[in-house]
Design a protein around this ligand. Structure first.
Ligand SMILES: [Zn+2]
Length: 78
């Protein structure tokens, strides 16, 4: 599931089927960011904020409220 898309923000981040949160085509680097824990997630969102990117206010909370954010094969568990 996507938490935020380029449509209305500067970040496209979603829960990847392989068990991590994925910041796709991340503006902070040349590549996409693979995030496997909440500390990394928090720091990564902070880095986007510091860079002045337009991201949803509640993005971090929205992601940590998703209990399946680091779950492998979400299709099978639901
Ligand atoms: Zn990013």
């Amino acid at each position: 599931m996507a938490y935020s898309r380029f449509f209305d923000s500067d970040i496209y981040i979603y829960s990847h089927v392989e068990g991590y949160v994925y910041c796709a085509a991340c503006l902070l680097s040349e590549e996409s960011e693979i995030i496997k824990d909440d500390e990394h997630l928090f720091m990564h969102i902070e880095d986007h904020l510091k860079a002045g990117h337009n991201i949803p206010d509640m993005l971090y909370y929205e992601i940590i409220m998703d209990s399946d954010r680091y779950t492998l094969d979400k299709h099978l568990t639901k």
